[in-house]
Design a protein around this ligand. Structure first.
Ligand code: SF4
Ligand code: SF4
Length: 147
C-alpha cells in the first residue's frame, strides 16, 4: 500500500524552488565572470596562431607569389585556383589567384607550403558577407593588407 507523503504548503506552491532558481539567476548575474562582449565596440584578443582570412603578401607593390602551384597542390579542400603567367623579367606570377572560402577549412597548409611566404592567413575573423564567396587576387592583395 502506497503511503502518500503530504506536501507542505511551501512545496505545494513551489516557493522554495522558485526562490532557489531566482538565487541562481541573481548569483550568476551579479558575481559570475562576464562571457559576452559588446561587439563590435569590444573585440576579443585572438591568438597569434589564429587562422583567419587569407591575404597575399607583396613587396614594392608586386605579389611575392611566383605561381609555383604548391599551395593548390597541398590544399585538402582544393579551393585554390591559380592561372600562371610570365612577366617580362621571366618571373612567373599568378594572372588569376582565387580562393573559394566556402570550401576552405582554414588548415593553414597553403601557408606552410609556400616557399615565397606569399600566402598568409591573417587573424581577421570577420568574414561573413552576402556578396563574396571567392577571394580574387585584387581582394587578397588589397583588402587584406598585402604587406
Ligand atoms: S587554409 Fe587549407 S583549405 Fe584553406 S586554402 Fe589553405 S590549404 Fe586550402
Ligand atoms: S605556394 Fe606560394 S608562391 Fe606558390 S603558388 Fe602558392 S602562394 Fe604562390
Amino acid at each position: 500500500m502506497l503511503i502518500e507523503k503530504k506536501k507542505g504548503i511551501l512545496q505545494e506552491l513551489y516557493l522554495v524552488e522558485i526562490i532557489k532558481g531566482l538565487w541562481i539567476t541573481m548569483r550568476n548575474m551579479l558575481f559570475s565572470r562576464k562571457v559576452t562582449i559588446q561587439f563590435p565596440e569590444e573585440r576579443r584578443e585572438y591568438s597569434e596562431r589564429f587562422r583567419g582570412a587569407h591575404y597575399i603578401k607583396a613587396t614594392n607593390g608586386v605579389e611575392n607569389c611566383t605561381a609555383c602551384m604548391l599551395c593548390p597542390t597541398v590544399c585538402p579542400a582544393e579551393c585554390i585556383h591559380i592561372e600562371a603567367g610570365e612577366r617580362p623579367d621571366k618571373e612567373k606570377y599568378p594572372v588569376k589567384f582565387e580562393i573559394d572560402v566556402l570550401r576552405c577549412c582554414f588548415c593553414g597548409m597553403c601557408e606552410e607550403a609556400c616557399p615565397k611566404d606569399a600566402i598568409k592567413l591573417s587573424n581577421i575573423y570577420e568574414m561573413s558577407t552576402t556578396y563574396r564567396e571567392v577571394y580574387d587576387k585584387s581582394f587578397l592583395l588589397d583588402q587584406r593588407g598585402g604587406k
